[in-house]
Write a protein that binds this ligand. Sequence first.
Ligand code: GLU
Length: 521
Amino acid sequence: MNRLAACYLEISENMEIIKKLKYRNRKRLERNPLMQKKIRTRFAPSPTGFMHVGNLRTALYEYLIAKSMDGDFVLRIEDTDQERLVEGAVDVIYDTLDRVGLRHDEGPDMGGAFGPYVQSQRRELYRPYAEQLVRDGKAYYCFCTKARLDSLHGEEENGFGGYDRHCRDLPQEEVDRLLSLGTPYVIRQKMPIEGSTTFEDAVYGSITIENAELEDQILLKSDGYPTYNFANVIDDHLMEITHVVRGCEYLTSTPKYNLLYEALGWEIPVYVHLPLIMGKNEDGTVSKLSKRHGSTGFDDLVKEGYLPEVIINYIALLGWCPKDNQEVFTLEELTKNFSVHGISKSPAVFDYDKLTWFNGEYLRAMPPEAFTDLAMPYYKEAFPDTELDWAVLSSILQPRVTQMTQIPDMIGFFGALPDYDKELFVNKKSKTNLENSVTMLQEAIQALEGVDDWCVEKIHTTLLELAPKLEVKNGTLLWPVRIAAAGMTVTPGGAIEILAILGKEESLRRLGLGLQKLGVS
Ligand code: GLU
């Protein structure tokens, strides 16, 4: 075969492979219609100035769903409720997402092809859709006054979900007349009078609600602003959101959203409703997570000494169950492992002890220098003007700390020797009593006075060589030294590290004070 023929053969073989691949790809797309589109999720917080762990979990799951399928994660600020706006609240959202590493692909701060991403800046965009629905006979102008609506309260049992549909069938001339007079109005959606609406939720399965229970919901308010439900649907559609992920408190509103999608002739997104987050009560029961269970906001948890990466790792498991029993995940690992199928519909319990355990695991796994950096603000809080051997201090704290906020209490004794009782020198296990403690301290002082290069190693050698000379176990020597140095029985680290951190002068001073306490002057 000449070279040209060989070349042709290779080309035609390649063409065959390409054809097969294309066919397979097409079949895959047909089987999974969502694969035809880029997956797009959105985190749509209302700026309240506070990032509840439930909201953060929603953001995380939206991020993971998008990123695990190579999709886009969009940030949209839902500020239609102008009365509830809080200054600086949007910054709390940016800051939290940034600190936990949930980077959005589009949003108010970075723009994107579907902006603006703040609902108040989209205000003009909603009205035409509402008016279109009126023209199509799927919505209507409602001129009912507040006084009239108030008088309807308590009439929920009228079968229309609250509003009695007074304006639903006003004659067109009457509508025109009222409009021309400038009468304030809202636009309401016409809900079906009969039948039921069913939708599929990726977590909760098939859910049906009787249409008769649905109120003719307001789409456009009298101030021209859209209602939250209306803006949410329009935006999700215009932003080409494929997966709507949110707390299960929205489950009952979903039929309303779907009826809107249908009225507008739009494709309904995949719904992923997330289980409730509960807190443990003192009596062993559980109820919706609230302040009385502990901190519920991201910032507060950080202030309590939990690391942002721990918070995100922990909340990933609130409602999602990994395939194997792995518990510690980086965000990257979560992205690889996450799947909607692993989301459970049973309520998740926020367990503060478990969160603390996670935090301890993370802290222990850190490089020592990183731990020192993290601990420095707490070290400086306890010792604003003193330079201690921070590395040694970290070496005794890192294995023990589970929350950074424990540090000031744990190290307070370095700054000031607590006023302790001499009975602390008595310890059965170490075989110490008030008499031999005197000898131990005297010998220790003498030996330590000769140490020039004051560091863990030298102190270690000095004291551990001294014990056999005194014909006592190490513990018998080290117990009184630690009590005199720390003034307490439970300390992070042992006598040697404590002495190293205190420095020679302060160590010897404290051992001398110990002797005084034991009646030796
Ligand atoms: N703005 C809503 C909230 O903060 C979001 C609801 C949704 O994701 O559809 O709860």
